[in-house]
Design a protein around this ligand. Structure first.
Ligand SMILES: Cc1cc2nc3c(=O)[nH]c(=O)nc-3n(C[C@H](O)[C@H](O)[C@H](O)COP(=O)(O)OP(=O)(O)OC[C@H]3O[C@@H](n4cnc5c(N)ncnc54)[C@H](O)[C@@H]3O)c2cc1C
Ligand code: HEM
Length: 831
């Protein structure tokens, strides 16, 4: 569950746009001459008064005369942004998304406008850009509501940060750009290299900017010559301090090391420790929920033992303030705290639809195989569709409008977790993993029971860098502190029988595999050339594997309606200033609206659509009481369409020279049949809701066909992701070490090419299922734990015997007195 557009303030009056909306991919430019400088810009903007941002926002660009035929390296930019009494900042992303693009941030301070070129590897405070781009100013103005800056940005249209490169091609005549603005001023405002920013609170988004002939101007050189002003930095001095780690205690050894405490890792660590094994769970992040020692939250939670992670009504805070919580080493949103996604997500919790397993997984993982595991999961975490402890549902007006409309349109009412297989033209209240009005889920069950056992150990603030291996046998993991107090050094596993389970998530696990010399050669070469290089395992021991391929996510397509009955609840406001009665009900009885997930989710509805290729594609719709794009909160509902099981488009995740991960090949809409299902789904929903009096579609509106709407929407993770990333360490029988093989792990979740390394998290899924996936991932972990525990430990091979090779699936260990030695790619021998 995610929201696309953060709407600033409630109910800003909708006004007509000066410039087109920041939604479509073909926003034509408005030509505009800046009166102060005479510079002619192509410009795009959001009107003052529009719902996306308070005060409006405009970005303009002027380019060298040949820029539409030869890629320009620089531009003259125009930014007009909102700032209240000199307080605020704004920016533009020159690649569109916040991550992996060159970012320009600008803010007023006294009489000057300061700028900083930045680059973000995750959804957290961007780093200073280290390339040779440079900003010089032509002119600036500041008044009590806005500031305007005309600036030259040299070497800004190609970027390279620590070896990761990107760029914007002006000769294509089309750019994807991103806008952002915020009200609080940066910290250290006179020192651009050391500013601190709170997450933008006045909107952000991407848009497709079509360049027209006015953008490239023969006067460019003369205009650029006017950019003579630089604003001097005044800095107090460096403030960064190094993270201090704790050495791994000598003599520690574990039967199992589980890496990552999220949806996969928590149940896995619990089940392994339940069997009596000595288990260490290593988690990079800090404690999240109150039960496990977390402390983060708004002031009204202090002293309650609750944190922001516990209260369902605060779950969307991750989109408002992700600092310290979002992973900084992946360009998508992921929770790097104890609980992983299950600490930050909206808690939607679905009993598996049998067809998902039967369609996606090989034998051994079909529905009948996993049904017992699903039963165990749902006996521990039954979930609820009435999260408030008084059994009532609050603010149901939006739910009622849509569900009565769907019923009228012939769709059937179901209780999602009572009939998990009814997913065609059905609707339901949303089920959550919540319990007792709090987050619940794996943290409150699996982790709680694991912690009661003396043979279970948990290390927080500690990141696993790589597994240490001797050929295909893992001897331990190398750890480094992620925060002060995290461990540093090598953690060994029990000789011969010890095992490592990677549960660090779709991006985290793939990264550890690559840093351990397991992955596609092009990726291992990148690791070799990185800071890891000198200590990376020798290339003769690299294990070829399609790690990072088969990346999948539910493609999200947001649609919006309004209806006079809909009533918006401001969950964002509840962070700072909760309504007193709601706060009291929640704190005293865990009842009321704050026991429900923000932003008032439901109904959920489903449809299955058969494509021209004969494949049935699954759609899930998640409705929420919130506006999107320029439809303000108040009477609006956003209905997010997820394209799930049956979609064939897949992408790729890769690693960068700075060792962060990126979605380098976006897994959306590569197959025309996938797109047709998305379009048909919207048409079918429009038809189903036709008879609802007073219901108005704003996206797509009555003058836009569903086909044009979908064709015209930018295809980028920024506006289309669902944060359900899966698939980078696919489970299967076609061994990925061999030509054409697509699987990274076998049916026991063991990594091909190793005898004691396992992967259990979202990354092993061959594709996305019908629904939000966390209950499926927990189920997979329950199932995998049994398989792993049932496996015999590797037996040492006799001297002279084979102990490795490209298609070797036996033990990689050798009898005492011999070691496993590489002969060629297909044969290693105990010598
Ligand atoms: C904002 C958001 C909302 C979502 N909403 C829902 C929802 O409502 N319902 C639903 O079913 N799904 C939802 N999802 C998806 C779901 O939460 C994820 O699919 C699921 O948590 C993935 O499980 P996982 O075990 O693969 O990884 P994660 O749960 O992400 O766990 C991975 C863990 O590994 C840790 N880690 C990473 N690298 C290392 C390392 N090197 N060393 C040590 N630790 C490491 C991370 O800190 C993290 O705790 C949402 C996801 C997000 C991000
Ligand atoms: C502390 C600093 C920052 C944090 C924590 C942060 C966090 C985030 C988050 C969580 C999102 C996704 C929101 C959503 O989808 O609802 C986002 C989007 C965005 N951010 Fe930031 N941000 C920060 C600074 C910046 C800066 C300095 C810029 C540019 C100058 C920027 C530009 C953008 C843009 C353009 C988007 C929309 C596109 C996208 O989702 O990738 N951000 N940011």
């Amino acid at each position: 569950m995610r929201t696309t557009t953060r709407l600033a303030g409630a109910l800003a009056a909708a006004a007509s746009f000066l410039f087109p909306t920041a939604l479509a991919q073909n926003n034509a430019a408005v030509t505009f001459t800046d009166p102060g400088t005479g510079i002619v810009f192509n410009s795009w903007g959001i009107a003052n008064g529009a719902a996306q941002t308070q005060g409006g926002y405009t970005f303009g660009m002027a380019l060298p005369s040949n820029a539409l035929s030869t890629d320009a390296t620089e531009f003259i930019g125009y930014l007009q942004c909102a700032a209240k009494d000199n307080k605020g900042w704004c920016g533009v992303s020159l690649g569109g998304p916040m991550t992996n693009s060159l970012l320009v941030a600008a803010w007023p301070n006294e009489d000057n406008i300061y700028t900083s070129l930045r680059y973000a590897t995750g959804y957290a405070m961007p780093d200073p850009y280290t390339g040779d781009a440079k900003i010089t100013q032509v002119s600036s103005t500041i008044n009590s509501t806005h500031f305007t800056l005309v600036f030259r940005c040299q070497n800004c249209l190609k970027w390279n940060q620590a070896g990761t490169s990107g760029g914007a091609s002006t000769s294509a005549g089309f750019l994807v750009l991103g806008w952002v603005q915020a009200f609080p001023s940066p910290g250290n405002p006179t020192c651009p290299s050391q500013i601190t920013l709170e997450q933008h609170d006045n909107g952000m988004g991407i848009w497709g900017a079509v360049l027209d002939s006015n953008v490239a101007n023969p006067s460019y050189t003369a205009w650029a010559a006017k950019a003579t002003k630089t604003v001097a930095e005044t800095c107090a001095g460096p403030t960064e301090t190094a993270i201090v780690g704790v050495p791994v205690p000598t003599g520690t050894v574990f039967d199992y090391v589980v890496v990552g405490g999220g949806a996969g890792g928590l149940p896995m660590a619990d089940k392994l420790s339940e069997s009596g094994k000595k288990v260490l769970l290593i988690e990079k992040g800090f404690a999240s929920t109150g039960e496990h020692g977390g402390t983060l939250g708004p002031s009204w939670l202090s002293g309650t033992g609750l944190t922001r992670f516990d209260v369902p009504g605060l779950c969307n805070q991750i989109w408002v303030d992700s600092k310290g919580i979002a992973c900084t080493d992946t360009d998508q949103m992921a929770g790097c705290v104890l609980g992983g996604g299950t600490a930050v997500n909206a808690g939607l919790w679905f009993k598996p639809y049998s067809l998902d397993w039967d369609y996606l997984f090989p034998a051994g993982w079909k529905y009948n195989d996993i049904a017992a595991a699903a039963g165990r999961v749902f006996s521990r975490i039954p979930g609820t569709d009435t999260p408030s402890t008084d059994g009532k549902r609050y603010y149901q007006q939006g739910f009622d409008v849509l569900s009565s409309g769907l019923a009228g349109g012939g769709w059937g009412k179901v209780t999602a977790n009572s009939s998990p297989n009814q997913k065609n033209r059905t609707y339901s209240a949303a089920p959550f993993m919540y319990s007792g009005g709090q987050r619940g889920g794996p943290l409150a069950t699996y982790l709680t029971s694991a912690k009661r056992r003396a043979n279970f150990n948990l290390w927080l603030n500690t990141a696993v860098k790589r597994v240490i291996r001797d050929g295909g046998h893992i001897t331990g993991v190398e750890v480094e502190p992620f925060r002060n107090g995290g461990y540093q050094g090598i953690v060994p596993v029990t000789a011969t029988a010890g095992r490592v389970v990677l549960s660090a998530g779709t991006f985290g696990t793939a990264k550890i595999l690559m840093r351990s010399g397991i992955g596609p050669t092009d990726q291992l070469e990148i690791v070799k050339a990185s800071a890891d290089g000198p200590t990376m395992i020798n290339s003769t021991a690299w294990i070829p594997s399609p790690v990072g391929y088969n990346l999948d996510d539910h493609l999200n397509t947001d649609t919006v309606i309004t209806h006079p009955n809909v009533s918006f609840y401001d969950f964002y406001e509840a962070w700072d200033a909760p309504i007193e009665g709601d706060k009291t009900s929640y704190l005293s009885k865990r009842s009321g609206i704050l026991a429900q997930a923000a932003p008032n989710i439901g109904p959920m509805f489903w449809e299955e659509i058969k494509g021209a290729d004969g494949i049935v594609r699954q759609l899930q719709w998640t409705a929420r009481v919130e506006g999107s794009f320029d439809t303000p909160n108040g009477k609006a509902m956003t209905m997010s369409q997820y394209l799930g099981r049956g979609a064939t488009s897949r992408g790729r995740m890769t690693i960068t020279p700075a060792l962060s991960t990126i979605v380098s090949d976006v897994p959306y809409l590569k197959d025309p049949n996938d797109k047709e299902a998305v379009i048909q789904g919207i048409v079918n929903l429009q038809n189903a809701l036709k008879k609802v009096t007073g219901l108005v579609w704003t996206y797509p509106n009555s003058t836009t066909t569903a086909r044009n709407y979908v064709n015209d929407m930018v295809v980028s993770p920024s506006n289309r992701r669902s944060n359900h990333w899966m698939g980078t360490s696919k489970l299967g029988t076609d061994d990925g070490r061999l030509n054409g093989g697509t699987a990274v792990v076998d049916l026991n979740t063991k990594v091909y090419g190793t005898d004691n390394l396992f992967v259990v998290d979202a990354s092993i899924f061959p594709g996305v299922p019908t629904t939000n996936p966390s209950a499926y991932i927990v189920t997979a972990a329950e199932h995998a734990a049994q398989k792993i525990l049932a496996l015999a430990a590797p037996v040492r091979n006799a001297k002279w015997a084979q102990c490795g090779g490209r298609n070797w699936n036996g033990s990689f260990l050798c009898a005492a007195g011999s070691t496993c030695q590489y002969q060629n790619d297909w044969y290693s021998q105990c010598l």
